[in-house]
Design a binder for this molecule. Structure first.
Ligand code: ADP
Length: 500
């Protein structure tokens, strides 16, 4: 469907940093925004950041951010023209996109048919094979019987990967090293998939032992123009979740880039795609690459692309959604310099990445040139386990990869998140590791360099100084004697003095 209606008000069906990110572009474009929040989120900055905001009450996500009818009713009441789904939540629910449009609103994203086709790992692989793009050798068929899957596994060979067809976020995924492990791994993958997605269909894939994750950002308008906005590399992952993302990729040369972007455009053209999307590819050590999946929405890591090509992806999404013709040609788009993003999580890397909660006492600002902090919190906010543990994304641009990595490591020193444990120091250790700087970025990076990424033992002097500083700050604020009775506070203070 081609809309030719200028969007004046957008309902944001999301929260946190991405809601704030969308508002920023809307303000620049003179578009009004409507935000939503739950009872628990009243103090979070996204709640009142829109021109209008509505409380969703409380309860499970199905009653709040995932309640499609509730959201559409509010959007209509607020007389919004369009709904931006952000990422996660309802962003890749074909039925939601359909409902939004049948209610006379514009869905800022692709057609529901594209979402449906690409949302399933099985159907998307069949489609992209038709379009001549290679996918990982494997079995994507309907026969899900154990004996058949086992036969197919033998044909593919070990090691192999069992994946949930409806999967995402690494859920329902199992590596199988040898045949004797197949059945139990299959049962576990099916169980996990059923729990997470309500569907236990799996597919089998050859396991690539030393891959890199490369993805191509695409953008298509409704006038038959299909663009690629180059690649991002997101190989540094923990439990299949990206934690460091960058553009350009240190492992993609001009020739490979040409092939990968051509494959991406073959897909968007082939499915008559609309809006922003990401074609995820897996790159093998011999330079061959395979289609992994397509994400039919804005990615978490979109800022690295924005910093390198100098375009606002949310703005492009809005222009496409209102039926505009994108005002550039492919040859106008150039990669300039290098950008790296890290995802700051409320978790404790020194304690098996246990999720962390608490009140954020101080976040800190980054003063390093060409850095950007996309953050969904302000000082005093509480981090709870109800939502995603990602606190913020920190992104740095530099004229080359080393400069960007150095700036980002410096900026990380300033972004504190005092009061909760974060993976900040862990990320800094990654960025400063010689192997990272040499571009040895494979998906098993964090496992390979596990020992080197462990914290160095702090000196006794540094610890003593940090505790003294903490006590001093307490004394100053309370004007009375204090004792150390809160271990979390001490560690928070210590984390602020790690650079001593
Ligand atoms: P999800 O949708 O659950 O995130 P993906 O299919 O996108 O799953 O894969 C997530 C990550 O898992 C990839 O970035 C890559 O690191 C790893 N991976 C996926 N498929 C393979 C494979 N066949 N061989 C090796 N690693 C893989």
């Amino acid at each position: 469907m081609t809309n030719m209606k200028q969007i004046k008000k957008i309902f944001i069906a999301n929260r946190g940093e991405i809601a704030l990110r969308i508002i920023k572009t809307c303000k620049e474009m003179g578009i009004k925004t409507v935000t939503i929040y739950t009872d628990e989120e009243k103090n979070l900055p996204h709640s009142l950041a829109g021109d209008e905001s509505y409380c969703l009450g409380s309860g499970p996500l199905s009653e709040t951010y995932l309640n499609q009818d509730k959201l559409i009713t509010i959007a209509k009441k607020a007389q919004a023209d369009a709904i931006h789904p952000g990422y996660g939540f309802l962003s890749e629910k074909a039925i939601f996109a359909k409902k939004v449009e049948s209610n006379g609103l514009i869905f800022i994203g692709p057609d529901s048919l594209s979402i449906e086709l690409m949302g399933d790992k099985k159907t998307s692989k069949i489609k992209i094979q038709e379009l001549g793009v290679p996918s990982i050798p494997g079995y994507h068929g309907d026969n899900q019987e154990l004996s058949n899957l086992k036969n197919e596994a033998t044909k593919i060979g070990y090691p192999l990967l069992i994946k949930a067809s409806a999967g995402g976020g690494g859920k329902g995924m199992r590596i199988v090293e040898q045949e004797s492990e197949f059945q139990s791994a299959l049962e576990a993958a099916k169980r996990e998939s059923l729990n997470a997605f309500g569907d236990d269909t799996v597919l089998l894939e050859k396991y690539i032992t030393s891959p890199r994750h490369i993805e191509i950002q695409v953008m298509s308008d409704t006038h038959g123009q299909h663009f690629h906005l180059f690649e991002r590399e997101c190989s540094i992952q923990r439990r299949y979740q990206k934690i460091v993302e960058e553009s350009p990729s240190p492992s993609v040369n001009a020739e490979l880039r040409e092939k990968m972007t051509a494959a991406a455009i073959a897909i968007t053209r082939g499915i008559n795609y609309r809006g922003a999307g990401t074609i995820e590819l897996i790159l093998d050590t011999d330079g061959s690459f395979y289609f992994l999946e397509m994400n039919t929405r804005l990615q978490v890591e979109h800022p690295v692309t924005e910093m390198v090509i100098g375009l606002d992806l949310v703005k492009l999404q809005i222009l496409v959604a209102q039926g505009d013709k994108l005002p550039f040609k492919q040859e106008d788009l150039k990669q300039n310099g290098h950008a790296i993003e890290v995802r700051l999580y409320a978790e404790d890397p020194d304690n098996n990445f246990l999720p962390s909660t608490g009140i954020i006492k101080s976040i800190g600002e980054t003063s390093v040139l060409h850095t950007r902090l996309d953050c969904g919190y302000v000082d005093g906010n509480e981090v709870s386990i109800s939502f995603d543990p990602m606190l913020a994304k920190l992104i740095a641009w530099g004229e080359n990869r080393n400069v960007a990595a150095k700036s980002l490591a410096l900026a990380l020193d300033e972004v504190l998140f005092l009061g909760v444990q974060t993976n900040r120091d862990y990320l800094k250790r990654i960025l400063t590791l010689p192997e990272y700087l040499e571009g040895k970025t494979y998906t098993h990076f964090v496992k390979t360099y596990e020992n080197k990424l462990r914290p160095q033992e702090k000196s006794k002097e540094a610890k003593a100084l940090a505790i003294a500083a903490f006590l001093f700050s307490q004394k100053k604020s309370s004007n009375e004697d204090v004792s150390i009775n809160n271990k979390t506070d001490v560690w928070a203070a210590l984390s602020g003095f790690r650079n001593i």
